[in-house]
Unconditional design. Structure first.
Ligand SMILES: [Mg+2]
Length: 349
């Protein structure tokens, strides 16, 4: 099966009237890029990428895929996915593979694995070999700019929808504000729902230690990205000094960075992002490393490809999604577990 054509398109999202915020960023809109890869026997695999902000990013990525990556994919044996991905890393090394180029490589990787699943007529996770057929799901429902009433309403809705846990943003100007919001959510969801907090890289090591000790006493499930993503030394110290589990990894690129993160014992829970970590091919390697180092694995973001990977990573613990917009939306949930995709490739229905 050869790759006949790579098609790329992009879309911008209109700016929201009241954009959501975390401690670092205002997510004004952004948009998405779609990739279709057609084989010489007429099958089509689909992948893509998304941006929460930066209006120019979707068009920039579409050009990068079309002019730099796609020419290296057309004509290749579509079953030799790791070889294709490796050649894209080599091609982009000159201007830096990390960053936007990796978003593009990941989108192509998702489309190729979708295509291969379709060629075999099975869900892609079955080609990889699964550890499980379902994984617990939690909802990220607590943005920084929401009032406490909004926060409580969204968290209550997540519990109502059957999620096993909720996550909210922290890193407010003062610790007291963080505590007030955490206590309000805990009161709303009750003692049995896992409550995680995410500081989106906003704190210093000293402040993360100070807040971490308080969050620990409040029964928080994990403390996510307290420090800048590249502060490996800070993460190692924090992980050693806090009993509260440290979760991180959504801003790391490639298995090599994750290998060092694991070797230096920088986190208690690792959270690769499908776009930045480098797509399913790279994440399968990262998942194997997480297994070898005994580090629990939770996805950053959800979607059928992220769920498919969780089914196959030995130490997977949690799928992250948002609130479901309708009862029949992705993922199919049963008792708070996201169920394995059923269609060929990454088709989930
Ligand atoms: Mg996060």
């Amino acid at each position: 099966m050869k790759v006949k054509e790579v098609r790329v398109s992009y879309q911008n999202r209109p700016h929201a009237a009241n954009p959501i915020r975390d401690a670092l960023q205002t997510l004004t809109g952004g948009g998405s890029v779609s990739v279709e890869i057609e084989s010489d026997d007429g099958l089509v695999g689909r992948g893509g990428s998304s941006f929460g902000r930066i209006d120019g990013a979707p068009r920039t990525l579409a050009v990068l895929i079309e002019e730099i990556l796609a020419p290296k994919v057309v004509g290749r044996d579509a079953e030799q996915i790791p070889a294709i991905i490796e050649s894209l890393k080599v091609e982009t090394e000159y201007h830096g593979t990390e960053g936007l180029a990796t978003f593009g490589i990941s989108a192509i990787d998702v489309a190729l694995w979708d295509l291969l699943g379709k060629a075999h007529g099975v869900p892609t996770y079955q080609l990889w070999g699964a550890y499980r057929d379902r994984v617990p799901a939690y909802a990220m429902v607590g943005w920084s700019n929401w009032t406490i009433d909004q926060l409580r309403g969204q968290c209550a809705a997540a519990v109502e929808q059957g999620f096993h846990g909720v996550k909210m943003k922290v890193g407010a100007p003062t610790l007291e504000e963080d505590v007030e919001r955490i206590e309000a959510v805990r009161k709303e969801v009750g003692p049995d729902i896992k409550l995680m907090v995410d500081a989106n890289q906003a704190l210093t090591l000293t402040e993360a230690l100070r807040r971490g000790h308080v969050f620990q006493e409040l029964g928080v499930g994990w403390f996510e990205e307290p420090l800048r993503a590249d502060d490996f030394e800070g993460y190692a110290e924090l992980t050693q000094r806090l009993r509260l589990p440290i979760a991180a990894g959504e801003n790391l690129y490639s298995a090599r960075q994750f290998r060092e993160f694991f070797e230096r014992r920088c986190c208690d829970i690792v959270q690769p992002d499908l776009r930045r970590a480098g797509g399913p091919t790279e994440i399968r390697a990262i998942g194997a490393l997480a297994g070898a180092f005994g580090v629990p694995y939770a996805s950053h973001g959800g979607g059928p490809a992220a769920l498919s990977l969780l089914l196959c990573v030995p130490t997977a613990i949690f799928l992250e999604t948002g609130l479901r917009s309708s009862a029949d939306g992705f993922p199919r949930l049963e008792n708070g577990y996201a169920l394995a995709p059923q269609g060929a490739g990454f088709e989930w229905e």
